[in-house]
Design a protein around this ligand. Structure first.
Ligand code: FA5
Length: 336
């Protein structure tokens, strides 16, 4: 029995160290230590047939053999798992993943560019609140209550009073109340309207307002400013087209367009088949507005304009649909 045990120990030790993977090792364990008919288990069961005086010594040896086999199996198991761990170590010679570099959103970049352009023409930047009183958003700008012109801008009203500003024009009023002419001011910011969403309309969009008040300011100054802005933004060939329009706070008033860069004037869904896109409104500051802020309406004249930044950005990067600017798809944003 003693020799049998030692031979089993020797053979099993060899098999354990020769096992090349966990399943081969498990196969050895079951064959030797398996509860039902493992080789060592069978030997242990047959111990009852031994003479009583031999049993303690053989019993001790059986326990030692079993412990040594178990120890060898667990050491080999550990070694095999280490090998596996090494196998899954990544290939360090592969090129690393480049970290993605963030950058400002296209709308912010165009806003900065516009601010720079107007700064170069002597304009300073002012900001105003996004939730505005009806007084600044409409009344001071010569929209009397119930005036049908309020329908031109589908207004979002705030529960408890006030409106989400429908344009950046109220900042003109706030600025004139705090400053005396001569004035050159631009105000970029978010504005809100209950507009139906389509390729060129969003309920939240961005405008930049401009205001110049001095003596002898003329409509030709307005045209010159807008033409210079378009040239600096789109290149020497860029042209703005002014059309007569109506705003309660300017007289005369105009809307201005640029040729749709998506269809180059042929007409497409982006420009509503018109071949051009309306970029902003402008005009000479109405005398009623000067009166509302306490300026001498016979002494000063002024020009004002409000540009849609989102549409300028669309034209700049030839984007066919304004909604892409708000969906935050990184594949799109990385390309513009
Ligand atoms: C105004 O908002 C006037 N406050 C502009 C102004 C300022 C006129 C100073 C005179 C003097 P209008 O509603 O046309 O005007 O909007 C100006 C520009 O905002 C539009 O030409 C267009 O480029 C942009 N815009 C208007 N609605 C939307 C919209 N829903 N989504 C994206 N852009 C819009």
């Amino acid at each position: 029995m003693r020799e049998k045990l030692l031979a089993l120990l020797e053979r099993t030790a060899e098999e354990v160290s020769g096992a090349q993977d966990i399943s081969a090792l498990e196969e050895v364990r079951v064959r030797v230590l398996g509860r039902k008919d493992g080789e060592l288990t069978v030997i242990m069961r047959s111990m009852g047939k031994l003479p009583a005086e031999e049993r303690p010594e053989i019993g001790k040896l059986v326990n030692q053999v079993k412990a040594q086999i178990e120890e060898a199996i667990s050491a080999r198991k550990e070694a095999l798992s280490e090998v596996k761990a090494v196998e899954v170590v990544p290939d360090l010679t592969l090129p690393g993943r480049r970290p993605r570099v963030g950058r400002a959103h296209l709308i912010n970049r165009v806003t900065d560019q516009l601010v720079d352009i107007f700064h170069g023409m002597g304009f300073e930047v002012a900001l105003g609140p996004e939730v505005e009183s009806e007084y600044y958003n409409f009344e001071c700008l010569n929209f009397p209550p119930d005036h049908p012109a309020r329908d031109m801008q589908d207004t979002l009203y705030v529960k408890g009073g006030g409106v989400f500003r429908t344009h950046t024009s109220p900042v003109q009023i706030r600025y004139m109340l705090e400053h005396q002419p001569p004035i050159r001011m631009v105000c970029p910011g978010r504005v809100f309207r209950a507009d139906v969403v389509d390729a060129s309309h969003s309920p939240v969009f961005h405008q930049i307002e401009g205001l110049l008040v001095d003596k002898m300011v003329r409509m030709s100054d307005l045209k010159g400013l807008l033409a210079e802005m378009a040239k600096q933004l789109y290149g020497a060939g860029a042209k703005v087209n002014l059309r007569p329009s109506f705003f309660p706070f300017t007289e005369p008033s105009a809307e201005f367009d640029i040729v749709c860069v998506n269809c180059e004037g042929a007409g497409c869904s982006t420009c509503g088949q018109k071949g051009r896109i309306e970029i902003g409104g402008a005009g000479m500051v109405h005398q009623e507005v000067f009166q509302a802020v306490g300026y001498d309406k016979y002494d000063v004249t002024g020009l004002a304009f409000g540009l849609g930044i989102d549409r300028l950005a669309m034209m700049m990067c030839k984007i066919g649909d304004l909604r892409l600017l708000f969906e935050n798809d990184l594949r799109f944003l990385a390309g513009v």
